[in-house]
Design a binder for this molecule. Structure first.
Ligand code: FMN
Length: 256
């Protein structure tokens, strides 16, 4: 990207400084409070531009080191959709959904995304610190062949801790790397369902699916993890099966 293009792009970016003051908290609350897991949808389609707007808002979710380790498969092919409904155990939420979106966390594009963070950096100059950061950050989340890098980090971190060093979250094994990518991808999933709600549509997050079937359907490699399928559409009148309930907040919130 040329310097001029970069400046233009940077100018177009929303800095949101100062932060907008006219946000309506009541409507914001309404979006969150009216989101329910909907298990039955009407036949109404989600307009393509609305779906795209919601997906774009999903991609604005905060994400680890801006590495964006996710892919959202909007499954629209009739045959594939049929197979996906079956993979979702024929749940009503999948069967009646206007759209089915498979949310995939990935650990296979860390290097590629690091490089993009440099080449697409939104200011004319990439600060040396940023360049250095994206040169080294992949090693934080990768674990290497036969976990060689993960094991090396385990030892290195142990030694560093004896020296009273503060150390960041890192991946010591493939499970840690999956957790890293899933954590971030789930945030985008929440952005997606709240965006759908704001546009008047509803959703159901589903992890009740046959993972090997979904993997086969989308031809996923072993570093791509389908973390949930989101069924989306217009809420049927009887689409919410029971009132929403949560336990006492003291069970979950501790001010320490
Ligand atoms: C990761 C995740 C997986 C879920 N999987 C399913 C599912 O397979 N089927 C289903 O009907 N609901 C599923 N749910 C919805 C939860 O059951 C629901 O969020 C919870 O009961 C609270 O209800 P609410 O979303 O209406 O507030 C899932 C939710 C999450 C976050």
């Amino acid at each position: 990207m040329s310097k001029n293009n970069k400046t233009e792009k940077a100018e177009k970016k929303r800095y949101y400084e100062p932060a907008p003051q006219d946000i309506d908290i009541d409507n914001f609350r309404k979006v969150i409070e009216s989101r329910r897991s909907v298990r039955k949808f009407t036949d109404k389609a989600i307009p393509a531009d609305v779906l795209d707007a919601c997906l774009d808002l999903a991609l604005l979710a905060p994400n680890s080191s801006n590495l964006q380790p996710w892919t959202f498969y909007v499954v629209q092919n009739v045959d594939k959709k049929k197979r996906l409904v079956k993979a979702c155990l024929d749940q009503f939420a999948a069967k009646t959904a206007a759209e089915l979106i498979v949310c995939v966390a990935r650990t296979d594009r860390i290097d590629e995304m690091s490089k993009l963070n440099i080449s697409e950096f939104p200011l004319p100059e990439v600060p040396p610190l940023v360049q250095k950061y994206y040169k080294f950050i992949p090693y934080n989340y990768k674990t290497g062949y036969f976990n060689a890098l993960g094991n090396f980090k385990k030892v290195a971190f142990k030694v560093a801790r004896t020296l009273n060093k503060q150390l960041p979250v890192t991946a010591f094994n493939p499970a840690d790397a999956i957790l890293w990518a899933s954590k971030t991808t789930a945030l985008a999933c929440e952005n997606l369902v709240l965006s759908l709600r704001a546009y008047g549509f509803d959703s159901c997050m589903m992890e009740g699916f046959d993972e090997p079937m979904v993997r086969k359907l989308l031809n996923l490699n072993d570093q791509q993890y389908p973390i949930m399928v989101i069924g989306a559409g217009e809420r049927a009148k009887d689409g919410v099966f029971m009132p929403q309930y949560r336990f006492d907040r003291d069970l979950f919130i501790q001010k320490v």
